[in-house]
Design a protein around this ligand. Structure first.
Ligand code: COA
Length: 340
């Protein structure tokens, strides 16, 4: 006779929170002066338009995997957890330059997890906040006890040094967070979405078939690099994203007055300032400004900026921090988290 028993239900934690944060910044500092000749620009113009003074470019040894593992180890140490306690590794990146497999399983293995679920997320600059949203649902849904979320990029590999609109913006690095169970809410429901009508605003110049098909001479084949319609991205990010940030506060059930820290995607200092103005953030809210020294590191930018604020005492345990990230797709995600 067939059993009439139903399936077992989900057995997750009541809530989730970030338990530790880690960062890896490549050792080579690249000041604006090193880039300006190739794009007919000046240090003054770059600082005035973007707020970027310098950025880090990874060396040959600082691979996507190496940087991710270093950031993850720091996050695990801060969380007080060993790698075998991690059940899932979510890696947000657009610069792991192998179509398949994802880089996450290699990172999970090198860290010493016990065959954790591991996969990559491709949501460009919004990838880390997508990962945090997934992690909180996994912990609450019972598919993982602890999740490692990593944002890592080597954008210098896919940025043309002669492209005036991108060469001074994009950079390299990695950041990570461990998400685990909590008795009280530590990560608010995500506000996320996409605007595919603006798919072309930030994108690879061509796909791989175009690159391979353009010439019979392998020596002249070049990597598809990033292109960006800077003006349109600027307008979208400054206005539409301030609304999304406000929605994230609403979903968290807090007002801007109750916020301690604002960690927007480190795209451009003028966008950060425009968002803060549009949201009328009170003076006491401390704002991440890591872009000045790190450039735009896409998926790594939010965790790198948060890690810097924690290290410098600008984000303290128990603070409420609004994270928001946005970029190619166009894709965006925002949530409020309690700082570990
Ligand atoms: N150096 C010096 N001059 C430059 C330049 C450069 N790298 N790039 C463009 N210019 C010049 C242009 O030739 C133009 O000169 P003109 O007025 O004499 O014709 C002028 O600067 C304005 O060009 P424009 O393309 O309109 O620049 P902009 O004011 O939009 O600034 C960005 C360019 C990239 C700084 C700006 O659009 C931006 O910050 N966009 C958002 C980018 C971003 O953050 N993206 C990440 C989202 S994930």
């Amino acid at each position: 006779m067939r059993s009439s028993r139903g399936l077992a239900g989900a057995t997750g934690a009541p809530h989730a929170r970030i338990l530790g944060v880690g960062a890896y910044r490549p050792s080579r500092v690249v000041p604006n002066s090193e880039l300006v000749a190739a794009i007919d620009s000046t240090d003054e113009w770059i600082q005035q338009r973007s707020g970027i003074r310098e950025r880090r470019f990874a060396g040959p040894e600082e691979t996507v995997q190496r940087m991710a593992v270093e950031a993850a180890r720091e996050a695990l140490a801060q969380a007080g957890l060993d790698a075998p306690r991690i059940d899932a590794v979510v890696v947000a990146t657009v610069s792991h330059l192998m179509q398949t497999p994802a880089i996450a399983p290699a990172i999970a293995h090198e860290l010493g997890t016990e065959q954790a679920a591991a996969f990559d997320v491709s949501a460009a600059c919004a990838g880390f906040c997508h990962g945090v949203a997934l992690a909180q649902d996994m912990v609450r849904g019972g598919s993982a006890g602890h999740v490692l979320v990593i944002g890592v990029e080597r954008l210098s590999d896919i940025t043309s040094p002669t492209d005036r609109g991108t060469a001074f913006i994009f950079a390299d690095g990695a950041g990570a967070a461990v998400v685990g169970p909590s008795e009280t809410p530590g990560i608010s429901p995500v506000v996320w979405g996409s605007d595919g009508e603006q798919f072309d605003l930030i994108r690879s110049r061509e796909d791989w078939r175009d690159v391979l098909g353009t010439t019979a001479d392998p020596g002249s084949r070049i990597m598809p690099h990033l292109t960006m319609q800077g003006n349109a991205v600027f307008r979208w990010a400054s206005f539409a994203m301030a609304k999304v940030a406000q929605q994230a506060l609403d979903r968290a059930g807090i007002t801007a007055d109750e916020l301690d820290v604002f960690v927007p995607h480190q795209a451009n200092m003028r966008i950060i300032d425009a968002m803060a103005r549009a949201m009328r953030l009170p003076d006491h809210v401390r704002i991440a400004r890591d872009v000045a020294e790190s450039g735009n590191t896409s998926a790594a930018s939010v965790p790198l900026a948060l890690a810097r604020m924690i290290a410098e005492g600008d984000a303290r345990p128990g603070d409420k921090a609004l994270l928001i990230a946005f970029g190619a797709g166009l894709a965006y995600a925002a949530q409020v988290v309690v700082v570990p």
